[in-house]
Design a protein around this ligand. Structure first.
Ligand code: G6P
Length: 634
């Protein structure tokens, strides 16, 4: 996890670093720090200044304001703690023993114990409990060796030392290094953690994610796995892991990747919930143009061969993306007739099922950077491609909101959900975008495999076209309704969410949203399973939120809700208005639509209710405790 940013150029580095870090705070906010290299007024020699503060970025900004941090070269970090508590001494940057060389890192150095023991046996003293601190000590040691061997050009000595040290590190990392002896050089390196260089006017920047660069430049150069780069005021030198110089043309950020502001909303999460009709509208405009042939009802960037000969689909994902994958699996199985399984990516890595030939593996990750999902996909592709029988060879698809991410560099077939940058840690509009991606896939598979009649396909397409407008009305209505309901939850400690069939994953998502941002314990269950355990929890203080949408399991869900009501639970229904739904103590009405598209609507009241409960409790909705938006560590 964590976000890193680095800059070298003609302007003071500290304000640029703070502004970049502000855009990366969603990656972690346990502590923040920066180090700059520059000469204080009157001094000739450059020195390294390091400022670090526990907690959110504002604490660091105040510190820098008070004490300053001079220099045109610097590195910054916002931390999500992995090794060592979120205290100031564990905050990045970490320095070598002389205090003149500093490193920020995002990732985990898996062999840090071994390296630390080795360095300690050489007399090095450590100031933190982090895995990162081994890196500045290793680089300093390498620099000494190189100097002893006569290497004197300071910029290249730092580059060479980082190249050597990166070969000693195991794990996934992105790092940036500054050294007071080289005030004209910044070295960055990445392996399995994201890093993008930005080519600004008068400065070069580097960051974990593009929003940190967006305020300065649209011209970017995403670094490839294993690369090390030397940034100077004059340009960039890029090297692969073998030390070969690389030449690549930069690419350009789209305007959507530029826009990161709250508009007039109180929180990013609320803004992003309200952006969902736009997400849906864009998807319909891009993927459901008129005049497509019947055998390809949805415009997706794949040719016929992509859909051919698939016997089964497996989907790997984490968190909210996994819930979207579960709705996707329902559609792929029930609508398109393809056996489909969903796995937690973190479990799949170490207990993958036996290989089945002609399998499509789908990785779903909005950030495109979730370490578990990337590693699971790469493990799967390796074991398939090493199989002697080509029927087992790897066929993969990635569904993401970040087409420039590591996922897109790892997987050839990519479905970009195009929802625009999402800042709130709790995913909302990207979840909706992921759902739409699965509707597109299920429709194309169904059409190509003739698993549905053409009129069933046409009906679903028409229903999808109506979703943007339905969402607009629904969000307006439920924003107020949820705000009114929220005070009822002020003393609540547990909530049960029930759903069935295609809406079971929405019950899971409702529970996850509530847990993530309001810290209320919540569980999602398939409604029919409640009587096998969770019913023991029911009493008047435990609200039950039940999704009851007309369809094959409508009556069953209503009976399950009655069972909860008989135990005095407060019953909240996400269901259409009508005599059947009068059993609910409170109704969050949704339109009566076909069961197929109901998740696209039933998720909205869940999102808004969680948002308003958390906001009513005065919690930090966009940056909930202990979480980060993009989890780039295992
Ligand atoms: C983190 C976030 C979750 C998110 C999950 C997967 O745990 O807190 O909200 O759903 O990562 O993220 P991804 O980028 O892979 O969709």
């Amino acid at each position: 996890m964590c976000g890193i940013v680095a800059v070298i150029g003609s302007q003071e580095a500290a304000p640029l670093l703070l502004s970049g870090l502000r855009q990366l705070e969603y990656r972690g906010y346990d502590s923040a720090g920066l180090a700059t290299v520059g000469a204080d007024k009157g001094d000739h020699l450059a020195t390294l200044t390091c400022r670090r503060a526990k907690g959110k970025l504002n604490n660091l900004a105040e510190l820098v304001d008070r004490k300053g941090s001079p220099g045109h070269l610097g590195i910054g970090h916002t931390r999500w703690a992995t090794h060592g508590k979120p205290e100031e001494h564990n905050a990045h940057p970490h320095r070598d023993s002389s205090g003149s060389l500093a490193v920020v890192q995002n990732g985990i150095i898996e062999n840090y114990r071994f390296l630390r023991n080795e360095l300690e046996s050489e007399g090095i003293e450590f100031a933190s409990e982090t895995d990162t601190e081994v890196i500045p000590h290793l680089i300093a040691r390498e620099i000494k060796h190189l100097q002893t061997n006569g290497c004197s050009s300071s910029g290249s000595i730092l580059l060479e030392a980082v190249q050597k040290v990166s070969l000693q590190l195991k794990g996934a990392y992105a790092l940036a290094v500054v050294w007071a002896e080289t005030p004209d050089a910044l070295v960055v390196a990445r392996r399995q953690a994201p890093l993008v260089i930005g080519l600004g006017e008068g400065e070069f920047l580097c960051a974990s994610d593009t929003p940190a660069l967006a305020g300065f430049t649209r011209t970017i150069l995403p670094m490839e796995d294993g690369e090390v780069a030397l940034l100077t005021p004059l340009g960039i030198e890029l090297y692969d892991h073998t030390g070969q110089r690389q030449k690549r043309s930069p690419s350009f950020l789209t305007s959507a990747e530029h826009v990161v502001d709250k508009r007039n909303f109180r929180h990013f999460m609320l803004k992003e919930i309200h952006e969902q009709p736009e997400t849906a509208e864009l998807w319909v405009a891009r993927h459901l143009p008129n005049g497509l042939p019947e055998e390809v009802p949805v415009a997706l960037p794949f040719d016929k061969s992509f859909y051919e000969g698939i016997e089964q689909i497996q989907i790997l994902a984490c968190g909210t993306s996994r819930h979207a994958a579960m709705v996707g699996a329902y559609l792929l199985e029930q609508f398109a007739g393809i056996p489909t399984s969903v796995f937690y990516a973190s479990e799949f890595r170490y207990s993958a099922p036996p290989l089945v030939p002609n399998t499509l593996t789908i990785g779903v990750t909005q950030s495109g950077e979730t370490a578990d999902t990337l590693a699971a996909l790469s493990m799967e592709s390796e074991r398939r491609n090493s199989h002697v029988n080509s029927a087992y060879s790897s066929r993969q698809l990635g569904i993401t909101n970040r087409p420039e991410s590591s996922l897109a560099r790892q997987v050839t077939n990519i479905l970009d959900i195009g929802a625009g940058i999402e800042i709130g840690v709790a995913a909302t509009k990207t979840f909706l975008g992921q759902l739409f991606a699965f509707y597109g896939l299920a429709l194309n598979f169904a059409a190509r495999r003739n698993s549905r009649q053409p009129d069933e396909i046409r009906t679903l397409l028409e229903e999808l076209r109506s979703v943007p407008n339905q969402l607009k009305v629904l969000i307006e209505k439920h924003d107020q309704l949820s705000e009114d309901l929220a005070p009822r939850f002020s003393g609540t400690q547990d909530v049960i969410f029930l759903g069935r069939g295609i809406n079971y994953p929405i019950a899971l998502e409702g529970a996850l949203k509530l847990k993530e941002i309001s810290y209320i314990h919540a569980e999602g269950y398939p409604a029919g399973e409640m009587k096998h355990g969770p019913i023991a929890l029911l009493e008047p203080r435990v609200p039950v939120i039940s999704i009851a949408t007309p369809g094959v399991v409508f009556e069953k869900v209503l009976s399950n809700a009655q069972e909860a009501k008989a135990r005095d639970a407060q019953l909240i229904g996400i269901a259409p208005e009508g005599p059947e739904t009068e059993i609910f103590d409170a109704l969050m009405p949704i339109p009566e639509v076909s069961e197929w598209i109901s998740p696209l609507l039933s998720v909205v009241p869940m999102q808004l209710l969680s948002y308003h409960i958390a906001a009513h409790r005065g919690l930090d909705v966009d940056q909930p405790r202990n979480l980060a938006k993009s989890v780039t560590v295992e």
